[in-house]
Design a protein around this ligand. Structure first.
Ligand SMILES: NC(=O)c1ccc[n+]([C@@H]2O[C@H](COP(=O)([O-])OP(=O)(O)OC[C@H]3O[C@@H](n4cnc5c(N)ncnc54)[C@H](OP(=O)(O)O)[C@@H]3O)[C@@H](O)[C@H]2O)c1
Length: 256
């Protein structure tokens, strides 16, 4: 049975899409478990949302690259909130734009450890609790980089193609259970993503120069929409891009 206010766990809630999704779902009355490495940001957000919407919240430092950290976060969340229905496996990043011949070891490892292994950990750890709740919905946050390719994006594209495979396999494996799986695959969204990728404010700003990119709230709205559809409807994937972005590399920029 679908609960009136599903209990939602979000990884990577300290910024961008994760924080925006927390805001929108708190406004719908959902109890929230919010985690990220920058736990002080997550705590501030939870306090704000609890004050504004009166929703129960749980926060804890979370590093999805660590099994112990994911387990502690999920167990703490379930104990504090009394169960778990919806998981937004959002924590992820891109690091650098180097070609494969020169990509830094630490960068490609960070992308694969976080974007693929971190999501496997998150799903494997939460699944017994979602099953126990009897109604659930998984959201993975992929990317248009999981549907195409670009030079300088080998590890990021590999990670998001891998994540897409993971979501599709999960849907096969859970077929017949009351759990939906939706992959949200955005194009360009203005968040801290480019700053993390480039490590430089100027280069990060240039990514959005002359374009109106998606906002994090646009992605949160996709999640809210898929979540609120009737139980028999599973949205497999949503590819969502700014109007001015026809493909990963075909972007219409207004002259400045
Ligand atoms: N922005 C875009 O254009 C875009 C496009 C397509 C897909 N995406 C995907 O959207 C997701 C969210 O990105 P965003 O755009 O919102 O970027 P963002 O503003 O940089 O947010 C990324 C979030 O992931 C968290 N995170 C990173 N590594 C983590 C780890 N090891 N453990 C726990 N949390 C971790 C960060 O928190 P801490 O640093 O505090 O841990 C932060 O909360 C990512 O999966 C990204 O690949 C983004």
């Amino acid at each position: 049975m679908r609960p009136e206010h599903p209990i939602v766990l979000i990884t990577g809630a300290s910024s961008g899409l994760g924080a925006a999704t927390a805001r929108l779902l708190a406004a719908q009355g959902c109890p929230l478990a919010l985690g990220a490495r920058r736990v002080e940001r997550v705590r501030a957000l939870a306090e704000e949302l609890a004050g504004e919407h009166g929703v129960p919240t749980f926060t804890q430092a979370l590093d999805t690259r660590s099994t112990a950290s994911v387990q502690a976060f999920v167990e703490g969340a379930v104990a504090a909130l009394g169960g778990l229905h919806v998981v937004v496996a959002n924590a992820g990043l891109a690091k650098g734009t180097a070609r494969l011949d020169s990509v830094l070891e630490e960068d490609w490892q960070a992308m694969l450890h976080t974007n693929v292994e971190g999501v496997i950990r998150t799903i494997k750890t939460t699944l017994p609790h979602v099953r126990q709740s009897g109604w659930g919905h998984y959201f993975t946050i992929g990317s248009t980089a999981g549907h195409s390719y670009y030079e300088g994006g080998a590890a990021y594209c590999a990670s998001k193609h891998g994540l897409k495979a993971l979501a599709n396999v999960l849907r096969l494996e859970l077929c017949g259970e009351p759990i939906r799986i939706t992959s949200i695959d955005p194009g360009m969204v203005e968040t801290e993503f480019s700053l993390v990728r480039m490590g430089d404010e100027q280069r990060a700003k240039a990514v959005y120069q002359g374009v109106e990119p998606l906002r994090a709230a646009d992605i949160a709205e996709c999640i809210r929409w898929a979540l609120t559809l009737p139980d028999h409807v599973n949205i497999d994937e949503i590819i969502v891009k700014p109007r001015d972005q026809a493909s990963v590399n075909k972007i219409h920029r207004k002259p400045s």
